[in-house]
Structure formats: C-alpha cells, structure tokens
Design a protein around this ligand. Structure first.
Ligand code: XIL
Length: 297
C-alpha cells in the first residue's frame, strides 16, 4: 500500500488525522488529508464552546464543514468531544450543580442527535481523570455535579445515537499507571453494570516514544471488552521515527486496537508549536516518521 489509510485497511484498521475547518481552503493540506487518511477528527469544531456558544443555541457550521469534508471523500468521523473541563463556553463555566448537570446532558443529547448516524465513535467524555498517583477523578465543574456525571453522559449519548461507538478519552494513560488504572477500573465497573461504553481512547501525546508497557496497557483495556483507539498521536524528540513505529506495532499486535489518529497533518499545523511532532513537514513532504509508520502498518 502507498498511503497510510490503505496500509491500515490491510488489517481492517483506519489511519486518521485531526483537521481544522479553517485550513480546508489550503490545497496542499486538503490534498494530504484526502490522499492519506481514512478517519477524520475535528480538532476544535465539535467541542462545547464551538457547538453551543450560547445556552440552548447550537452552531454546527464549522463542525459540519469538517464532517462533510470527510463524508464527501469517503472517510469516517470520530466525534470529539461531548464533555470536557476545557473549551467550555463561558456560560457553562459559570454554572454548577443540577443546573450545570442538565445543561451538560442536554448538550450531549443535542450534539449527538445532530450528528446521529454520521459518527463512527464519539469521545463522550475527555480528560476526566487526575494526573499523578491518586487514580481518581480530576476536580472540575462537571465532577462537582456528582461522580455519576460520566455514566449519565454515556447513557444520554447512547440514547441519542445508538449506532455510534462511545469512548472515554484521556492523556498520560499510555502506560500502566495510577491514572490509566483509575480509568481501567471505571470501564470495568461500567461493563459490569451495563453502562454503555464501547471504546477507550489513548491520546498518546508523546516524546520519543511510548512507555515500555504501552502494548500491555492497550491489551488490558481490550480484555475488558472495549475497543482501543490511539486518538491524538503526536511524537516529539529525536527518536520520533522509531517511536511512531513502536506505537504502530503495538496497536497492530492487539486485535481490538482498531485505529490510529494523528493530531494534525503538517508540523506547522501542530498544537505543539515548535516540536515538529507530526508525519509531514511544513511544506507537506513526508518525513522519516511517515515512512516508519507506513513500513510498520
Ligand atoms: C487542542 C487543539 O489542538 C488546539 O488547537 C486547541 O487550542 C486546544 O486543544 N487534548 C485534546 C484535544 O483532547 O482536544 C486538544 O486539542 C489537545 C489535548
């Protein structure tokens, strides 16, 4: 195969990228996106601040641009993200308690309903666990509405779009550590109680490469009966090409690791300014890291 998407398809997987609506007029950018990737994530356009700038008033214009760019070119879409402590609209940042809870669940319902039938998988909840050794939840306005806010969000998403896979997504969860174990325990609990969850996203914002127990961590989640997806991959550092190879091989070694998404197209598109963590250089040329992924797929 000569593209990332076609190479990943040889084992039934996808290879995706996060894209920005504002860059779709750049033909170098759109050319790479259309050629290489089979799954698309909106980098910012489906987040809460973008889709519900005023309470109860929804704006899907940029989200729909990203969606249509994907669907019109035969690609699938990962929805990102229904609830998160960051990139909330100002009005939601000012709410708490049962008022915030109803606004949040309404947001899940409305956005998942708008995109019903068009989304392969939703990041229903993003980054809800704390860094460090606690293994517990991160403090946030959403968490302060009650520990059951995550399962309430997953149930609302399932009701709104029964065919979308529903994922929990987070960072610093690539290896086996207190944070990833906290999430593992939540997923195990959800599965045992019938709370709808289908997948776990490992963001994998990395330097040089993943931790040595990356594959083992992917496998332990898969063994709970959920798919695992690498959702926001980017790798800084001098061992970048090798790191990309290691990530690719780890996913391919676990049958339920269903795909990999890189968080941007060219280095100049990356949110990690100056770290050049992506597969294409600023001119759109393939980097060594690109060849390393293609060889490993
Ligand atoms: C980032 C985007 O790439 C930036 O453009 C934006 O300014 C901030 O958010 N984890 C996530 C993504 O889940 O949504 C974040 O995306 C990167 C970290």
């Amino acid at each position: 195969a000569t593209t990332l998407g076609a190479a990943a398809a040889q084992t039934g997987r996808y290879y995706g990228a996060a894209i920005a609506a504002g860059k779709l007029g750049d033909s170098t950018y759109t050319g790479i996106v259309n050629r290489e990737f089979t799954m698309i994530t909106a980098e910012n356009e489906m987040k809460w601040d973008a889709t519900e700038p005023n309470r109860g008033q929804f704006n899907y214009s940029n989200g729909d641009r990203v969606l249509n760019q994907a669907l019109n070119n035969g690609k699938r879409v990962r929805g990102h993200a229904l609830l998160w402590h960051q990139q909330q609209p100002g009005w939601a940042q000012g709410l708490s308690g049962s008022t915030l809870r109803s606004a949040a669940i309404n947001h899940v319902t409305q956005v998942a309903t708008h995109y019903k039938g068009k989304i392969y998988a939703w990041d229903v909840v993003n980054e809800a666990f704390a860094d460090g050794s606690s293994g517990g939840r991160r403090d946030s306005n959403l968490q302060r509405t009650g520990n059951d806010w995550i399962e309430a969000a997953f149930r609302a998403a399932r009701s709104a779009d029964p065919n979308a896979k529903l994922c929990y997504n987070d960072y610093n969860t690539d290896g086996i550590n207190a944070k990833s174990t906290g999430i593992y325990n939540m997923v195990r609990d959800f599965k045992s109680r019938g709370v709808p969850i289908d997948c776990v996203g490992l963001q994998s914002h990395l330097t040089n490469g993943p931790p040595g127990d990356y594959q083992a961590n992917i496998k332990r989640f898969a063994d709970l009966g959920v798919d695992v997806q690498i959702t926001e991959l980017d790798i800084a550092g001098s061992s970048q090409a090798g790191g990309y190879s290691t990530v690719t091989r780890a996913c391919l070694a676990v049958p339920r690791c269903t795909g990999i998404t890189v968080w941007g197209v060219r280095d100049s598109d990356s949110w990690r300014t100056g770290e050049n963590p992506l597969l294409f250089d600023g001119s759109g040329n393939k980097k060594a890291a690109y060849n390393s992924v293609l060889d490993a797929l």
